[in-house]
Design a protein around this ligand. Structure first.
Ligand SMILES: Cc1cc2nc3c(=O)[nH]c(=O)nc-3n(C[C@H](O)[C@H](O)[C@H](O)COP(=O)(O)O)c2cc1C
Length: 335
């Protein structure tokens, strides 16, 4: 059997539903991925890394690729558009021991789209086919994709009678038969950015068409929403991005909700030890700078508490774990 076929890769050994920490530039670093794993995520994605930068052996790219074996399975997500760079990057990803490589076909950032990468690639399924084929041929680890529900075609491409959008389904049809292990579909269109509605029927259509694993993504912030999204789409699991910020325990909560119909929320004492654990991981992986980068996570963790805004203004200036611990001593749920 081809080891790259869906039945021959780690994805298939994951118990369903699969709960994944979706990639987030600036957030899903080694420390946060470990937090997610410790809180029940089945697999985690790195922030996106430029395939060109990896191919050029840029230290910044290699820094982003640092991971701890305890995170496994961890996927390295790459973006770009040059097939040669994809081949070099894929080989590097495999050599570094990642469980899989994920290709970004969904990033809507201006700079990324202008350079014809990220979600812009969805407009050209035949080109994506070349990129994916080159990547698959370069490695033996599973290759997965992350895409959006749809993107409007460029004006010149819309001839009379042709559809105005390229959808995730169009793309998966073009890639049919390739040994792609999994697809995460962010159910929003490019034009809807990060706040629009999630296109349930598009995710379901991909799930019906594609034989590999399908993860539904978009708007999961509670266990109830995770269940709704999986029920409505038939997906094999969910990818959670912003819904895990400040509450990485959402993965455990979802599992509890699916098994027993209820879930617990951490007490203040538990929250404090979770944040301090995150701080410990941040410091051990990035040194003192890890604490600086943790500031934004701290703000998310205390969101919703009555004295959050007062504490946030202090947390965004912390430089040590002890400072964080001292500030958190003042966190209260009393108004
Ligand atoms: C700050 C931020 C950074 C992101 N970075 C990436 C990225 O590097 N690669 C990627 O595929 N998606 C990225 N995304 C998109 C998320 O993975 C996800 O598809 C999107 O946020 C929708 O999921 P959510 O509603 O659970 O947040 C990012 C999203 C946010 C908010």
């Amino acid at each position: 059997m081809d080891p790259r076929t869906p039945s021959g890769n780690f994805w298939r050994s994951l118990k369903q539903p699969i709960l994944a920490l979706a990639p987030m530039e600036g957030y899903t670093d080694c420390a946060f991925r470990m937090m997610a794993r410790e809180c029940g995520a089945d697999l985690v994605y790195t922030e996106f890394v430029s395939s060109d930068a990896i191919a050029h052996r840029a230290p910044t790219a290699f820094k982003k690729m640092a991971f701890d074996p305890r995170e496994q399975p961890v996927l390295c997500q790459i973006f770009g558009k040059d097939p040669d760079a994809f081949v070099a990057a894929a080989r590097e990803v495999q050599a570094r021991g990642f469980a899989g490589i994920d290709i970004n076909l969904g990033c809507p950032a201006h700079k990324v789209v202008r350079s014809g990468t990220g979600v812009a690639l969805m407009r050209n399924p035949e080109y994506v086919k070349k990129l994916v084929a080159a990547t698959i041929d370069a490695v033996t680890i599973p290759v997965s994709l992350k895409m959006r529900a749809s993107i409007r075609k460029e004006r010149k491409e819309i001839a009379p009678g042709t559809p105005e959008r390229t959808t995730a389904l169009d793309l998966m049809e073009a890639l049919e038969g390739m040994p792609i292990a999994a697809v995460m579909v962010h159910g929003r269109s490019y034009e809807d950015g990060f706040e629009g509605p999630v296109d349930i029927s598009m995710i379901r259509a991909v799930k019906e068409r594609f034989k590999g694993i399908v993860l539904a993504n978009g708007g999961v912030t509670t266990p109830e929403r995770a269940k709704e999204l999986m029920d409505a789409t038939g997906a094999d699991g969910v990818g959670i991005a912003r819904g895990a910020l400040g509450q990485p325990w959402i993965f455990d909560q979802i599992r509890s909700y699916l098994a027993r119909g209820r879930y617990d929320t951490p007490s203040i004492a538990q929250l404090r030890s979770i944040i301090l654990r995150h701080a410990e991981l941040a410091e051990s992986t990035k040194g003192p700078h890890g604490i600086i980068e943790l500031r934004k996570h701290c703000a998310s963790y205390i969101r919703g508490y009555p004295n959050a805004s007062m504490l946030r203004s202090r947390l965004v200036r912390v430089t040590t774990r002890q400072e964080i611990a001292d500030i958190l001593d003042e966190l209260t749920d009393e108004t």
